[in-house]
Design a protein around this ligand. Sequence first.
Ligand SMILES: NC(=O)C1=CN([C@@H]2O[C@H](COP(=O)(O)OP(=O)(O)OC[C@H]3O[C@@H](n4cnc5c(N)ncnc54)[C@H](OP(=O)(O)O)[C@@H]3O)[C@@H](O)[C@H]2O)C=CC1
Ligand SMILES: O=C1CO[C@H](CO)[C@@H](O)[C@@H]1O
Length: 317
Amino acid sequence: MSPQVPVVKFNNNLKFPIIGLGTWKSKPDEVYQAVKDAIDIGYRHFDCAYFYLNEKEVGIAINDKIKEGAVKREELFITTKLWNTDHRKELVVPALKRSLELLNLEYVDLYLVHWPMALKEGFGLSPKDENGKTLFGDVSYIDTWKGMEDCVKLGLAKSIGLSNFNHKQIQKIIDIAEIKPVNNQFECHPYFNQSKLIEFCFKHNITVTAFGPLGLPYRPLRPGTTTLLEDPILKNVSEKYKKSPAQILIKYQIQRNVVVIPKSVTKSRISSNIDIFDFTISPGDMELLNSLNKPDGRYILLDDYKEHPDYPFNEEF
Ligand SMILES: NC(=O)C1=CN([C@@H]2O[C@H](COP(=O)(O)OP(=O)(O)OC[C@H]3O[C@@H](n4cnc5c(N)ncnc54)[C@H](OP(=O)(O)O)[C@@H]3O)[C@@H](O)[C@H]2O)C=CC1
Ligand SMILES: O=C1CO[C@H](CO)[C@@H](O)[C@@H]1O
């Protein structure tokens, strides 16, 4: 039976299922089956991006399931993201239309600015000079936000938000927004628990989505470290609740009222990752998980962008 997934409410009253399926690194042939399996299992929220180069296959899977009568469009919550080379205000609506065409949908539920940093337009997704240096753009994210607002006005996005913005950048958007951001998506797991940024977002009525909630286990390991999934303290908590380490990490976010988007293309994991509504982590064990936080716990650092004037990670949060 499909689990009943709780929802988080946006400041515009849209309901956001608290768990969704991530799709970064899901190969096009794998993601088609993964999305169909996820819908059968009970997922209603899918996290996509133009940058992931698999929106087309996600869209085919969604539309096949709708045609089959397994689910209705209005029961689904689809997020996608504006890539950094499309930050100029005039490019935002066309970029969303391109994603919608790939997804074969009339609207998305949430459209996010993927990063605050613009890249030079017209030279592919990762523009570089002849020495391999990333080519930055000079569009301010304030201008980009005006294009995002146009997406809502045209009915192409039900809501709009941010990703990888620090608190000062969020504040700048809040200060000029006609349509306020409803969400900020950023890296978040017990090794980098982001408590200050979460507190800031909640104070401003902005929901939070945790990416990399399993600690991005595919990343190259730093010498002398293990993956978060293999952390001995997490393993103890997992044994105590008779739930897998991944299930503990997902429930940890949900208990903080943080939306969580674990990625998997493995049916058994897609299923177990949402089988988390039959237990509660005690306040003491939530604290224990919080205590795993490390100053260098962030893994998605985007080294190539460090000299960009809008690089978000020079601020504490
Ligand atoms: N806004 C942004 O800038 C970013 C957004 N994201 C979004 O967040 C999503 C999630 O983050 P992501 O980087 O994928 O990392 P995750 O922390 O979700 O880890 C995904 C990895 O964990 C494996 N996995 C899944 N379930 C389990 C399990 N139960 N036990 C053990 N291993 C498991 C997956 O393998 P397998 O698939 O083989 O099962 C995959 O290799 C992305 O897919 C994307 O949608 C991610 C990065 C940046
Ligand atoms: O979602 C994402 C996946 O990873 C990329 C890094 O290579 C990021 O740019 C992006 O945020």
